[in-house]
Design a protein around this ligand. Structure first.
Ligand SMILES: [Zn+2]
Length: 474
């Protein structure tokens, strides 16, 4: 076994596969076993069949033993056993990734696995089909639901939050195939939409299970941090900045030759990686692209190999913006960049502080991948970047669709306001008042309390008066 990318190195391990014939039609079953012993086998599978959740004790490279869990699926087994593919999911740990450590013992799911990255790497490498990719995400969503319910039913809690990633992985893999303008293959189009439906059904099932353990006074919020659009032509900021004399690529670049002969969907991913991991020549570049939406000026005094004099900072910012906004993609004849602002102007987007690049830019939705460098209200084809936001609970309007713009940063202050929690010092957002059945409920409540307090004070003052003060009461 080669446990690639294991979080903790695992000792050299050998597992065994035995192909068997259950009838007279050739090989049709495969067993996976940690030893050459029939009785110790993890599972016996027919083609297309998933194993149950398998618990395994693994010898680690440091000599310790760790427990893990996984599922596997027999993808292919030909009659003569010449063609054979067995998918073994990522192996989830039973300890070591929780705080407090002992809480991991409660995070057990009968059917679910914590399918690493939703199985996108295996799907992109065409190890298995779309159906198997969806199944991995169904198991992952089941695992999340079981863990969430275990935590909320076994413990007292005030605030519970979790992150579920299946829709994001799915859109990266299938959204382009869901678009009838980009995918003319009717069968593939239907398969992509069917997979899309199943991904959402798995999310619904997860939500239903979680809602089932909550009492009716619980405030429930679902929120996504972005939407998605289909694939457009890839963009490469070095192609925009290089001709303007702003960047120079290093002679030494990462060698992608050793990734081997990558076929299918993964070819596109590798092309994206090649662009994302380009290395600039730091001694000759006035700026560098960083993290999808930023260009940093290579500033003297701030950056280790800075070459731009601080007095030229603003001029270089302007040159970067001009290069980005005037660049025309030679293949499409279109300008990819939809917005480019100096860091100082980017305050109108809510971006400021030490972690923001010197120029902020975005591209049109018909360029680039699903999200990250596209403006948050952009639309293209079957997709758009708008995020989902729902509130359910006491005092919240029912079946009401907010028309106003909501920002992610508004969620924390809204929760604090509704639940009388102290507001964190870093809060930038505002309360989403329009969600409430009575937007003035807080001031109404304070008004009532003040009136009650005033009556009480009056009553107290009366109680304190002595009989000889009576004449003052007229
Ligand atoms: Zn994503």
């Amino acid at each position: 076994m080669e446990f690639r990318d294991a979080e903790t190195p695992i000792a050299p391990t050998t597992w065994y596969v035995l192909a068997r014939q259950s009838g007279d039609n050739g090989y049709d079953r495969a067993m996976l076993s940690p030893a050459r012993d029939f009785n110790e086998a993890f599972c016996t599978l027919a083609v297309g069949e998933w194993s149950p959740v398998i618990n395994v004790k693994l010898k680690m490279a440091d000599g310790k033993e760790e427990e893990g869990f996984f599922r596997c699926k027999l993808i292919e087994l030909s009659d003569d056993a010449e063609d054979f593919r067995l998918y073994i999911s990522s192996i989830g740990p039973r300890t070591g990734i929780s705080n407090p450590p002992e809480i991991m013992a409660e995070l057990v799911s009968a059917e679910g696995i914590n399918g690493n990255s939703g199985g996108i790497i295996g799907y992109a490498l065409e190890w298995y089909d779309l159906n198997t990719f969806v199944e991995i995400n169904e198991f992952y969503s089941q695992y999340m639901a079981d863990c969430a319910c275990a935590l909320m039913t076994k413990h007292e809690w005030d605030l519970f939050f979790m992150h579920a990633h299946a829709p994001d992985w799915a859109y990266h893999m299938i959204l382009t195939e869901m678009d009838p303008d980009l995918n003319k293959d009717k069968d593939k189009l239907k398969a992509a939409w069917d997979a899309h439906l199943r991904i959402y059904q798995a999310q619904d099932k997860m939500l239903a299970q979680i809602l089932g353990v909550l009492d009716k006074d619980t405030l429930v919020i679902t929120v996504s941090d972005h939407g998605a659009v289909p694939d457009g032509p890839a963009i490469d900021p070095y192609k925009m900045l290089g001709p303007a004399g702003l960047t120079v690529l290093s002679e030494k670049q990462i060698d992608f030759a050793n990734v081997g002969d990558i076929k299918g969907r993964a070819q596109g991913l590798i092309e994206e990686f090649k662009v994302a991991f380009q290395t600039p020549d730091v001694n000759k570049s006035k700026c560098f692209p960083q993290r999808a939406i930023y260009i940093y000026v290579n500033l003297k005094g701030r950056d280790p190999e800075g070459i731009v004099d601080p007095k030229d900072y603003k001029a270089v910012q302007q040159q970067i913006i001009d290069a980005l906004l005037t660049y025309v993609d030679p293949e499409t004849g279109k300008r990819p960049v939809s917005l480019a602002l100096t860091k100082q102007d980017a305050r109108i987007l809510g971006l400021y502080g030490d972690h923001v690049g010197d120029v902020v830019y975005a591209v049109y939705p018909w360029f680039s991948g699903q999200h990250a460098n596209i403006l948050p209200a952009a639309e293209w084809g079957v997709g758009n970047l708008k995020a989902l936001l729902t509130f359910t609970g006491p005092g919240i309007k029912k079946s009401y669709r907010l028309q106003r713009t909501c920002n992610l940063i508004d969620i924390v202050p809204t929760i604090c306001y509704l639940m009388d929690l102290p507001v964190p010092s870093t809060v930038d957002g505002a309360v989403l008042y329009q969600l409430f059945k009575n937007p003035d409920f807080k001031s109404d409540e304070i008004g009532k309390l003040r009136a009650g307090l005033a009556r009480m004070e009056t009553a107290l003052q009366r109680g304190e008066r002595q009989p000889w003060d009576k004449h003052e009461c007229a």
